[in-house]
Ligand binder design. Sequence first.
Ligand SMILES: NC(=O)c1ccc[n+]([C@@H]2O[C@H](COP(=O)([O-])OP(=O)(O)OC[C@H]3O[C@@H](n4cnc5c(N)ncnc54)[C@H](OP(=O)(O)O)[C@@H]3O)[C@@H](O)[C@H]2O)c1
Length: 250
Amino acid sequence: MQITLNGRVAIVTGGSRGIGRAIAEALAAAGATVVVNYKSNTTAAEDVVQAISLAGGHAVAVQADVSTAEGVDALFKATADTYGRLDVLVNNAGITRDGLLLRMKESDFDAVIDTNLRGAYLCTKAALRPMSKAKGGRIINITSVVGLMGNAGQANYAAAKAGLIGFTKSVAREMASRAITVNAVAPGYIATELTDALTDQVRAAVLETIPLGRLGSAQDVASLVCFLASDYAAYITGQTLTVDGGMVMQ
Ligand SMILES: NC(=O)c1ccc[n+]([C@@H]2O[C@H](COP(=O)([O-])OP(=O)(O)OC[C@H]3O[C@@H](n4cnc5c(N)ncnc54)[C@H](OP(=O)(O)O)[C@@H]3O)[C@@H](O)[C@H]2O)c1
């Protein structure tokens, strides 16, 4: 089975680093033209575009804050003006502002909801226009096992990620008649800059909870996203698939 996305156009929000970067590179390697969205780090985004070009793929970097309607309008307008179509949207942009609820500032609650959940709402709504017209499309929302399990110190993040799961199921039902599939991918502990900072003691405790005995890689997540974006996944919609080494078995 070889995944081919030749001729397809994909937007990856937060595609400049970590998991988003791996997703952008994997979609491009499968033949898609990728719009690499980012919020502030232009150098990182240009680096992804260059890596994709060097590998023989096509990509462009577009700065836009997906938590704002203006940012999302600009992102989708740039995509429509340049490519005239949209086949795949990956809502990956995400942030954390951790803290126990008793001490959690309203601004930290709002910021996490605005980027992780509102951003996906705004982008999905914008994507539905070209996808409905084309009578087809793939929307993939990057949630987290935290949205399934909860996590002390992450009430804001868990609420956003659990919200994204309900959002996925509802939009999947609304858009099924147009052959637009909507799925969520829930990574567990993925080796990124964030998890590099774990102490040995915390890392050992985390590994105890993972049946496969290792942290995941960004490529582990990207492989599933590529599959969901492809024709092979045409009959899968409204699902939340975990990539977590068996941490959460649903
Ligand atoms: N890492 C994990 O272990 C893990 C586990 C479960 C789920 N996830 C989820 O996977 C996704 C990616 O996580 P990651 O660890 O790879 O993140 P990351 O390395 O921190 O990268 C975040 C990306 O999102 C972009 N971004 C942030 N706010 C944005 C906004 N308002 N508008 C547009 N782009 C924005 C960043 O762009 P700039 O750099 O330009 O700001 C960057 O490209 C997130 O949704 C996260 O919740 C991660």
